[in-house]
Design a protein around this ligand. Structure first.
Ligand SMILES: Cc1ncc(COP(=O)(O)O)c(C=O)c1O
Length: 400
């Protein structure tokens, strides 16, 4: 213990359960489906090195200086947003150090102590982290995993009255793997607009679609111009590399004025070198080919995991069938405690997952569920890991 006093807020914020669990599972002898990591062998290291070299040799002094958000990166991102059906101008793009910083900035922008926020009961852990950091209260809603249509939008709409924000991960949800249906998207955007509640569209995964029709981004359904209430969060973490720590918010310029002040309190801008080298990567048109490679490889891994689950798992376990992204969600019989199973699976079968309760915003959900990641394991590891997990569950869960 450090013998000095720290703030109450710092004392009360808890480390994400996820991080603790991932530490347990990060042993070299374990086949881990626990993390949410991209495949490192697919990082475009050579292409990216060429971009960094180019930036350093043509404008090295600027790239190593303090500097404002880089205009060419905003242009590249506005063009990228058009590929997702969003008509954004460079002036609508706000650069962040990843989507997590975006969540934190939006929480700080929108939340006063006890402000209500509409969110799914099972949600990405970083959402609860960011909004707990501002002492928000959560109005949690269910998600349709069986039908795969995503958030219970009727419940979300019922919770909008007086809310400070609503948050949704519409595509290839982390951790559930489901995608918000087209009808639900329209209904949610319209209701949030009527209720004048900002709608946060946290979307790191939509470019990673492997099958099915592309659906409109919520931002593309928003009121155009400065009155738009959908705040879109993008990230390079899953489509390029998380180590870059680069993301963006699509928000009207009036909102960006406040975001700039909030961001300045912690970082005096995102790395000029990273911004310029990613802008160069986009300008060279390298992202489209890279995404094609990622989609091909991850689609194969998803298919391998689905096939292995069908082959190796007992009746009585259900799972989502994601059309993209990097996760799927398993539901075991009622009463199963996956948190208690994890240490045994690691010990006896050397295989790891994340217990569902780690994603429960209230702390009460997800007890009989688990998240599996398929982007960070080879096809052989997927086959072998799912085989071990199936064998383990048959032994350990008597209802199966
Ligand atoms: C839904 C969701 N939002 C945000 C993030 C944070 O992304 P970043 O690495 O850009 O901070 C993640 C990362 O896994 C995520 O799954």
């Amino acid at each position: 213990m450090w013998p000095y006093s720290i703030s109450r807020r710092a004392r009360t914020l808890k480390r994400s359960v996820m991080r603790e669990l991932i530490a347990i599972t990060a042993r070299p002898d374990i086949i881990s489906f626990a993390g949410g990591l991209p495949a490192p062998e697919l990082f475009p290291v050579d292409d990216y090195r060429a971009c960094v070299d180019h930036v350093l040799s043509t404008e090295g002094r600027r790239a190593m200086q303090y500097g404002p958000p880089f205009a060419l990166l905003k242009e590249g991102l506005a063009a990228h947003m058009r590929t997702l059906g969003v008509d954004a101008a460079p002036g609508d793009i706000f650069i962040t150090n990843g989507a997590q910083q975006g969540l934190d900035l939006l929480a700080r922008l929108l939340i006063d102590r006890d402000s209500p926020v509409v969110v799914e009961e099972i949600a990405f852990t970083g959402i609860a982290q960011a909004f707990n950091g501002q002492s928000a209260t959560f109005r949690t809603v269910a998600t349709d995993t069986a039908g795969g249509t995503g958030m219970d939008v009727e419940a979300a709409i019922a919770g909008l009255d007086g809310a400070a924000a609503a948050i949704v991960v519409p595509a290839f949800h982390n951790p559930l793997g489901v995608t918000l249906s087209a009808e639900k998207r329209v209904a949610l955007v319209e209701a949030a607009r009527r209720a004048r509640v900002p709608l946060i569209e946290d979307d790191p995964y939509s470019p990673l679609r492997y099958d099915g029709e592309a659906l409109p981004a919520l931002k593309s359904l928003d009121e155009p111009g400065p009155a738009g209430g959908v705040l879109y969060l993008g990230s390079f973490s899953k489509i390029l590399a998380p180590g870059l720590r680069l993301g963006w918010i699509v928000a009207p310029p009036v909102v960006q004025t406040q975001l700039t002040v909030l961001k300045e309190t912690s970082d005096l801008e995102t790395s000029a070198l990273i911004q310029r080298s990613v802008a160069e990567y986009l300008q060279r048109g390298l992202l489209a080919d890279h995404l094609t490679r990622l989609r091909r490889a991850y689609c194969e891994r998803r298919d391998a995991m689905l096939a292995a689950l069908a082959r190796e798992f007992p009746q009585g376990v259900r799972w989502t069938h994601p059309q993209g992204g990097i996760f799927l969600w398993l539901t075991l019989p009622e009463g199963t405690d996956t948190g208690a199973l994890l240490p045994m699976a690691v010990e006896y079968e050397k295989v790891a997952f994340i217990p569902g309760h780690a994603f429960s915003v209230t702390g009460r959900g997800g007890r009989n569920a688990m998240r599996l990641n398929f982007s960070n394991a080879s096809l052989e590891m997927i086959d072998e890991g799912v085989r071990r997990l199936g064998r383990f569950l048959r032994e350990a869960v008597k209802e199966l």
